[in-house]
Design a protein around this ligand. Structure first.
Ligand SMILES: [Zn+2]
Ligand SMILES: [Zn+2]
Length: 368
């Protein structure tokens, strides 16, 4: 026979308040609804409930104390007569009801107590969506329409899972009492009927539209705002746009993974934009004002005289905005001098003349 004091983690001298407190703590930990599918927790919960049923009741406690936890007579069937009239159910009100109110009283709501397993609010699942956007859209931000398949609260049963036209009927398993009796050794216990969840009735036909789930899958169109500056593979969480919850639970979130298509010539480096800037050798030598592309469109850039290949030019605040601060990086241009086509004889002659007119050695620094 089990030691009820040990099970409840209390001593023989513990007060009723202490026993109650310890029981509540354990019951909260091992309650089957909080440990779905955990057989060990379920067994433990039964044990602590059994122990509490005895120790909370002064009469039963005295009886238990007298015969002791391991006393030879305790388990003895031959002494069964000693216990005649010892019926736990004679105390009246449903013991389980008490327990449930003690533990879950603050959950409130008659419906929840009537069928706690079915009605406990559950948050909806998060949904995942992959989205491909262009490089320019990733820098500028975009508001894009998307279509997702998500679970919405069923229109027909309003999420209650029950066909609105069907009627409640008395539960066959417990004959409408909501409780079933269980015999452990010489003691009888009541536990809530698993068929009706303790409600005493089966609530009616399940809703055929949602097959009793309280939710139906629907195609939803929504507009999502992708902030300016998002990076490739970044995730955006849109609160409340996932699946609907059940039993009045919250909606899940929609999580969008962004993949950015690379640009033909713009490259990203942190919040800076980088391009390679081809210029002619006369633009490089004489300096020039040239048109260059930026995210916002074309703009004029001054090339200083005697610019060389590989030289970096910078346009401030023409880069990529930080989505958090909106502060922009720069546009960095790496100069690349491109030779002119020289098929034309005249062009070749002119280039030769330039060379003769201004002799210089670009490899001077490489001399040895
Ligand atoms: Zn429905
Ligand atoms: Zn029942």
């Amino acid at each position: 026979m089990s030691d009820y004091y040990k099970i409840l983690n209390v001593s023989r001298s513990s007060t009723l308040a202490e026993i109650k407190k310890s029981y509540r703590k354990l019951a909260r930990k091992y309650h089957p609804d909080l440990n779905p599918g955990d057989k060990a927790a379920e067994k433990k919960f039964k044990e602590i409930t059994e122990a509490y049923e005895v120790l909370k009741d002064p009469k039963k406690k005295k009886q238990y104390d007298t015969f002791g936890s391991t006393g030879p007579n305790f388990n003895s069937r031959s002494k069964g007569s000693d216990f005649s009239g010892f019926d736990f159910n004679t105390t009246g009100s449903s013991s389980f009801g008490d327990i449930f109110e003690t533990i879950f009283g603050n959950f409130g709501g008659g419906a929840q107590r009537a069928n706690p397993r079915a009605e406990r609010p559950q948050r909806g699942e998060d949904l995942h969506y992959s989205m491909n956007i262009s490089f320019i859209d990733s820098v500028k931000g975009i508001e894009a329409p998307i279509q997702i398949f998500r679970k919405e609260i069923c229109n027909d049963c309003k999420g209650k899972r029950i066909d609105k036209n069907s009627k409640k009927s008395k539960c066959n398993t417990c004959s409408g009492t909501g409780k079933v009796e269980r015999q452990t050794g010489f003691m009888r216990f009541e536990s809530p009927c698993t068929n009706c969840g303790g409600a005493g009735f089966t609530p009616g036909e399940k809703c055929s539209t949602c097959n009793g789930e309280g939710r139906t899958g629907q195609n939803s169109k929504l507009k999502v705002k992708i902030p300016a500056g998002v990076e490739n593979n970044s995730r955006i969480r849109i609160a409340g746009k996932g699946n609907a919850g059940t039993g009045g639970g919250k909606y899940g979130d929609l999580i969008i993974t962004i993949s950015v298509t690379p640009h033909r010539y713009f490259k990203r480096n942190g919040y800076n934009l980088e391009i390679e800037l081809p210029i002619t050798f006369s633009e490089a030598a004489l300096g020039a004002k040239i048109e260059i592309p930026t995210i916002e469109g074309k703009t004029l850039l001054k090339i200083p005289p005697s610019t060389n290949s590989g030289q970096k030019l910078r346009l401030k605040d023409r880069g990529i905005p930080n989505p958090k601060t909106s502060k922009k990086g720069d546009l960095l241009m790496s100069v690349k001098i491109v030779s002119p086509p020289t098929k034309d004889i005249e062009v070749r002659e002119m280039l030769k003349k330039i060379e003769e007119k201004s002799p210089y050695n670009p490899r001077e620094e490489l001399e040895w």
